[in-house]
Design a protein around this ligand. Structure first.
Ligand code: TXA
Ligand code: MG
Length: 338
């Protein structure tokens, strides 16, 4: 199959619509990362998404809808605080998990009785969703476990020959996936941190919890995606705490004798490595900048080095919670290894 990358125009939107209605998978831009879209009502299309990504079949998908879509078709109970969250943050990088009406394909939620719904703010994504006027399931458009894609070219690298069309909507502004927040209980609970932070949600509705899976007790995990290794570049990785820059430099100097080594760290730590001539990938200064660059740099790392030495940024809260969550899943932490 030939994979084409096309700019979003009225003509390519119709082409994408026809492909989706025929049961195909089409990659689309969003403001967070690119998604691999398919018709949420079509069992075979949903199964095809799992197959083409190599995704474990117990990790549910997010249904994407345009901003005027009638949610009552797909969700059952809508607590009053969820309405406040929609008003405050949507369209935007916040996915809400509701009780499902069960109208979408059962493969979407992998047997759970909930449905994750997202209204992306990206103009091209909105135009695509309006054109179709049905829920479109779209996991991040990367092969399972690989780094999520923030450009059409990233999608092409993972799916050349496997999908017919990639709609090119430019480089994603956000850079990490949406915040996933459960709204089935009395208060909202964050299942995956992202650009809409716990603090931002609490400001709007008073309270917001954060879910941490209890693996030891054998409890059923609320968001199965939490279980998997994710976002990893195809090179060895080591992640050092912000306080261990000196140790990271020492390991770099030892390892670069027989390997291509690169470093990934925030801007003000770069010089500690650059003075030794080590290739350094600059995450930036602010949390939003770091979110925006993270995946692009992890994909660059696998091209330029065999070993990536990453150093955690100093700041930990707000948007950095999401950035750190991805960085820790992408890289092997030094304190876990030893
Ligand atoms: O920003 C995003 O959310 C991107 C773009 C393309 O919209 N999509 C995305 O999808 O990140 P994916 O499939 O890579 O991640 C979906 C996450 C997973 O962690 C999954 O476990 C969780 O959402 N999820 C989906 N449905 C759920 C449900 N019913 N209950 C709990 N968690 C759910
Ligand atoms: Mg993903």
């Amino acid at each position: 199959m030939k994979t084409e990358i096309k700019q979003i125009t009225p003509e390519t939107l119709v082409e994408a619509k026809n492909l989706i209605l025929d049961g195909n998978v089409v990659a689309i831009p969003t403001e967070t990362v690119y998604g691999l879209g398919g018709n949420a009502f079509d069992d075979d299309a949903v199964k095809r998404i799992f197959e083409v990504k190599g995704r474990p079949n117990d990790n549910p998908l997010i249904a994407h809808v345009h901003k005027d879509y009638d949610l009552s078709t797909i969700i059952d109970y809508d607590p009053p605080y969820a309405e406040k969250l929609r008003k405050a943050f949507l369209p935007g990088p916040l996915t809400l998990v509701y009780p499902s009406t069960g109208k979408v394909s059962p493969y979407v939620s992998c047997g759970l009785n909930t449905l994750a719904v997202r209204v992306p703010s990206h103009e091209g994504a909105q135009a695509f969703l309006k054109e179709l006027n049905i829920p479109i399931v779209a996991p991040s458009a990367n092969l399972s476990k690989h780094v999520s894609p923030t450009s059409a070219m990233h999608v092409f690298e993972d799916f050349d020959g496997k999908i017919p069309l990639i709609l090119d909507g430019g480089v994603c502004e956000g850079g990490i996936e949406s915040t996933v927040c459960d709204v089935t209980g009395e208060i909202p609970v964050i299942l995956r941190p992202g650009l809409v932070t716990r603090e931002m949600i609490a400001t709007v509705v008073g309270e917001c919890g954060e879910y941490t899976p209890n693996f030891k007790a054998g409890e059923k995990v609320k968001s199965p995606g939490l279980l998997y290794k994710h976002y990893s570049p195809r090179c060895q990785t080591l992640l050092f705490p912000a306080t261990d820059v000196e140790k990271a430099v020492a390991i770099c100097l030892r390892e670069c004798e027989n390997k291509r080594v690169a470093v990934l760290c925030e801007e003000n730590v770069l010089s500690a490595f650059e003075s030794f001539g080590i290739t350094a990938l600059n995450l930036g200064k602010t949390p939003t900048e770091m979110a925006n660059r993270l995946y692009e740099l992890l994909r660059e790392a696998e091209k330029v080095c065999e070993l990536l030495i990453a150093v955690e940024p100093t700041q930990k809260d707000g948007v950095m919670t999401g950035v750190l969550n991805r960085l820790r899943k992408a890289c092997v932490s030094v304190d876990i290894q030893h």
